[in-house]
Design a protein around this ligand. Sequence first.
Ligand code: NDP
Length: 286
Amino acid sequence: MRIINGKEISEKIRQELKLQVEELTKKKGRVPGLATILVGEDPASKVYIGSKIKACAQIGVKSFHNNMPAGSTQEEIINLINKLNEDKNIDGILLQLPLPERLNPDKCIAAISPAKDVDGLHPYNAGMLTLVKSWQAIVEQKLLVSCTPMGVIYLLKYSNIDIKGKNAVVIGRSNLVGKPVSMLMLANNATVTMAHSATKDLQNITKQADILICAIGKANMINKDFIKDGAAVIDVGINRVDGKLCGDVDFESVKNMNIDITPVPGGVGPMTITMLMHNTVLAFQK
Ligand code: NDP
């Protein structure tokens, strides 16, 4: 088993981004700005926002944090987003999810200017990802793509795992992970199969995968019987069992296999915030 070290790769990319920010700041005469919005006081969301603000400081992005009271109305949130859309010092806007239940996240996300949508969740950016023809076009057009899926692709590329012509199986079809990661794999010329909860004989399908991407959210569901010898396995799942974090892959069961695999924690997780920084730099360049 060879570990794909997300922490190390993430650190390397952050160093590259830091240099890019230094250069761009000189050219443009101002630093890039990321606005974060947190509605309410959810402790897990606060931790995530804290890590995002820390990452900004690490690479030279100025962060502007906006804490809205839990009782804020949809109109108040959209008004704030409109103000940030107009602000010339702000290149990216991140609305921390989940929102309190009575608010409609789709309507709030749709209010973000697509050019500042560093989470890549606006219908324009999500739609562009399905229309674009190649990875090269994604890079050239500086398309803002959902951070975790983009992190998966960078993990593969930085680990020198070829995607072209490979059989890729993605388990999960959410708008946040499964769908965009499938589109990215397709743009990289993989032959992609998308599996989900209604898929029959999942094991038979995953056994064909040269690259298996698990975005299910079911602790330890994928064991050695689902994986082909020599495959690369990307475990996106974050689950908690007895207070400990684990992925969708049963790490113990696969530890003696000849595979490349991302651990949980320390695999895909660290890449998500790094890709947020990557998108902020892209939005700044645009
Ligand atoms: P969702 O719950 O939105 O999607 C889960 C997907 O898994 C669905 O498409 C569902 O199918 C499918 N699924 C569920 N059970 C099975 C099954 N038994 N067999 C096959 N497919 C199944 O989750 P997300 O996509 O948002 O997240 C997935 C995981 O990734 C979670 O653990 C989440 O915490 C983690 N995550 C990690 C991130 C990171 O930074 N590392 C970021 C985002 C998410 P169906 O559509 O039919 O219901």
